[in-house]
Design a protein around this ligand. Structure first.
Ligand SMILES: NC(=O)c1ccc[n+]([C@@H]2O[C@H](COP(=O)([O-])OP(=O)(O)OC[C@H]3O[C@@H](n4cnc5c(N)ncnc54)[C@H](OP(=O)(O)O)[C@@H]3O)[C@@H](O)[C@H]2O)c1
Length: 335
């Protein structure tokens, strides 16, 4: 099969399109003929090996353990393992190929990928393969970080970074829960954030939400570009602050540990400050998360927006566009 292969950590230019063996299917796995795979920040992290700590966290010390990048996909079931009863050949599915968190290659930038059955759900008929493929990784991060956080109808929710992968899903899920949502983004993405359903938008190049008078019941902070104390100032006393964290494609400069020290500090503070959530560690399983994402999609409550689709052979260009091209919406490989 054709696949994108990464022999070492480096730059998108190190990726090669090659013929390799189709992956074997384990007993609990499903072999999927990949039709689309998404290009998201964690793909960039593993391609570049940045921050260094990801190499110690299962990605592979000297080179990636799995040489084929990509963690999420949408496609058609080709074959199922011996223990799999939920899917059969011909089913249209979408999902995430890595177990747990995604700082490692998952083999989806290829014509075929073997995926744990629990990481898959049936693809709703009202979304395309490309739209479905951009949801699983960002969706799992979003649901994991929101698990245990109650969003009541009418609650004031602020999403900082509302036009990105996680932010767009957080906006739409909070809207589906009946919240009043404020999205903070760069000027060029404000229209997108409004289209996602945000009730109000703030342009981070002009407005600093931490200095305004509005108070929020929940802040979902993807870039984490304000001190936690400043964010707390605009939380209601019972409000919750959730940090997702984003290394801005290396531009934050934390080359060794990335956002981890910030999470460690937050986890410690969260022992004393009720408004703060430490790093999300709920037991939310992939299967439950995928089923919930599929239900949101089927109900029209999540609408993934695609910035640009690239053919498999242009994966390097797609990753460069993600990191440097100021995309508005998600980037996807169609295979
Ligand atoms: N916490 C967890 O559980 C967990 C687990 C796994 C991964 N992650 C991390 O989660 C992140 C998810 O990112 P994503 O997919 O949402 O990334 P993304 O698609 O790049 O979105 C980030 C958004 O934030 C915007 N932004 C940047 N600076 C901003 C600012 N100062 N104010 C407001 N918005 C700003 C970006 O706009 P521009 O395009 O203009 O920069 C972009 O729209 C990744 O970095 C991943 O490594 C977290």
């Amino acid at each position: 099969m054709r696949a994108i292969v990464q022999d070492r950590y480096g730059s998108p230019g190190d990726l090669r399109l090659r013929e390799i063996e189709r992956p074997a299917v384990g007993d609990d796995e499903v072999l999927v003929r990949v039709r689309a795979a998404s290009v998201h920040p964690d793909v960039w992290h593993v391609v570049t090996g940045h921050p260094f700590v990801l190499r110690l966290m299962g990605s592979g010390l000297l080179r990636p353990g799995c040489p084929v990048p990509g963690t999420d996909l949408a496609g058609v079931v080709e074959a199922v393992g011996g223990n799999v009863t939920r899917f059969q050949p011909g089913d249209e599915v979408f999902g995430e190929s890595v177990r747990g968190h995604s700082w490692r290659n998952g083999g989806t930038f290829a014509e075929y990928a073997s995926v744990p059955a629990d990481g898959l759900a049936a693809k709703p008929a009202n979304v395309t393969f490309a739209q479905a493929a951009v949801v699983p990784t960002a969706g799992y991060i979003t649901l994991l970080n929101l698990s245990g956080v109650r969003v009541l109808p009418g609650a004031r929710v602020l999403v900082n970074g509302a036009g990105g992968g996680v932010g767009a899903l957080a906006v739409q899920i909070a809207k589906a829960d009946g919240a009043h949502v404020t999205g903070v983004e760069h000027t060029r993405k404000l229209e997108l954030v409004r289209a996602l359903g945000a009730d109000e938008v703030l342009d981070h190049t002009r407005d600093d939400f931490t200095r305004a008078d509005q108070r929020y019941d929940l802040i979902v902070d993807i870039p984490g570009n304000h001190p936690v104390a400043a964010c707390r100032r605009v939380l209601t006393p019972e409000g919750t602050y959730v940090l997702v964290g984003h290394d801005q494609f290396g531009r934050t400069g934390h080359g060794w540990l990335g956002s981890l020290p910030r999470f460690a500090k937050l986890a410690m503070l969260s022992l004393f400050v009720r408004q703060l959530r430490g790093r999300a560690s709920s037991g939310l399983g992939k299967r439950e998360a995928m089923n919930r994402l599929a239900a949101y999609l089927a109900a029209g409550q999540l609408t993934p927006v695609i910035d640009r689709a690239y053919p498999l052979g242009e994966a390097a260009e797609a990753i460069r566009h993600l990191a440097e091209g100021e995309p508005v919406g998600r980037i996807v490989l169609t295979i």
